[in-house]
Design a protein around this ligand. Structure first.
Ligand SMILES: [Zn+2]
Length: 396
């Protein structure tokens, strides 16, 4: 049975192609913003909800009215951009419904819109568009041409979607493939629970701590400083544009480092364990902000700026995505559990109390006296909850 997987390669566009890519991204950004404006006005002035279908229906006219501009690009990639906006609105309304007060979907400024997606290979884009070429791989993009790809590893399965992404001054192509053959790993007979935190990205129930690398904190400090500098630059000035580019490059660097680190951490877990239990992030994000690690971020990360913390936090979602892909491909079982009270419950006697948590790092049970590293204690509870879920599922 195959799995879904994505492949990301550096693009090597000519300068003409790079200019076309920039224009392509810019036109998609403007389409996104125009569609957002349309929805805002309809919603604020008339209380009307504009839907994806309404906006997609207008694409034909937008293209016809702009022969030198919007009509150059793929109809399907424009639809995908409108769908992306639709998703942002769906998430907005879901949060409103959940009783929260989210910000209205935002306009994308220059530099905040970095991806164009072609939802179907062969429709406005073609992966491996010059298969007869002896040494290089190309991807053809409507309005851009055949762009050379630095393909550093083979693509497996069937290419479904093709995306182009700008990261700083680099361009990448991301392929999402179906039916990628799974490569099961031999069984180890071992199971593990993992607790995700700020100081340590991952702590296992076997008492292994994968500390968040120091360079992430360093990069976060640097980013915070750059952002402060930016605030002092005159709007529209050359210096400001330079600073914006520097910040984008820093963000790109952090992203690559974090990805690399997440890959390593996930590889180790998938190699060593048949069953991996983790917190359900959708639930834990809420509990964290209410009581957990946000107020007391741990020993290595003192009271840092919100930006710093967000850089470390954002690692969890990325890490779990990577872990899920690797686990599926290796035939490992991944279980998500509700993290409520896993950090306050004694893994020895089951006594649950806030007072058990002596400090951020230390757990000491007020009933039985059991003492442990707080994250290890939580990881053991997470493992236990996961195995209970599994037994329940097997019995059903
Ligand atoms: Zn106890």
């Amino acid at each position: 049975m195959g799995v879904r997987r994505s492949f990301k390669f550096l693009l090597r566009p000519t300068s003409k192609q790079a200019a076309a890519l920039t224009q392509c991204l810019e036109d998609h950004r403007q389409l996104y913003n125009a569609a957002l404006e349309h929805r805002r006005i309809a919603y604020r002035k008339a209380g009307v909800t504009v839907r994806y279908g309404d906006q997609a229906g207008e694409l034909k006219h937008i293209r016809a009215d702009d022969p030198e501009g919007q009509s150059r690009w793929s109809f399907s990639s424009q639809q995908a951009t409108l769908r992306r906006l639709d998703k942002a609105f769906a998430a907005f309304f879901a949060r409103v419904k959940a009783g929260r007060t989210p910000g209205f979907p935002r306009f994308k400024g220059r530099g905040w819109f970095d991806t164009v997606e072609w939802p179907k290979d062969g429709d406005g884009c073609r992966w491996d568009s010059q298969p007869q070429h002896p040494t290089a791989t190309y991807v053809r993009l409507q309005g851009v041409g055949h762009v050379r790809v630095h393909q550093h590893r083979p693509v497996l399965g069937t290419v479904k979607t093709v995306s182009v992404k700008r990261e700083g001054s680099r361009w990448y192509v991301v392929l999402s493939c179906d039916d990628v053959p799974a490569e099961p790993l031999p069984a180890t007979g071992a199971v593990v629970g993992i607790d995700m935190g700020v100081a340590s990205l991952v702590t296992t129930s076997d008492n292994v701590h994968r500390e968040n690398p120091r360079y992430l904190a360093v990069a976060a400090d640097r980013l915070a400083a750059a952002q402060r500098d930016l605030a002092r630059k005159k709007p529209g000035s050359k210096r400001r544009r330079k600073e914006v580019a520097r910040i984008a490059a820093l963000h790109g660097k952090v992203r690559r480092q974090r990805l690399d680190y997440a890959h390593k951490a996930a590889n180790a877990l998938v190699r060593d364990y048949d069953v991996i239990v983790h917190e359900d992030l959708r639930i834990s994000n809420m509990t964290r902000s209410a009581s957990g690690t946000i107020e007391a971020p741990g020993r290595n990360v003192a009271q840092k700026s919100g930006l710093n913390r967000s850089i470390l936090d954002a690692g969890w979602g990325v890490f779990l995505q990577i872990l899920a892909h690797k686990a599926e491909s290796a035939g490992r079982e991944l279980i998500a559990v509700n993290p409520a009270s896993t950090s306050r419950t004694c893994s020895c006697c089951g006594h649950c109390a806030k007072e058990n948590r002596a400090t951020q790092a230390e757990f000491r049970c007020t009933a039985c006296g059991h003492a442990a590293h707080a994250d290890v204690n939580a990881a053991i509870n997470i493992l236990r909850a996961g195995l209970a879920l599994r037994r329940a599922a097997e019995a059903a």
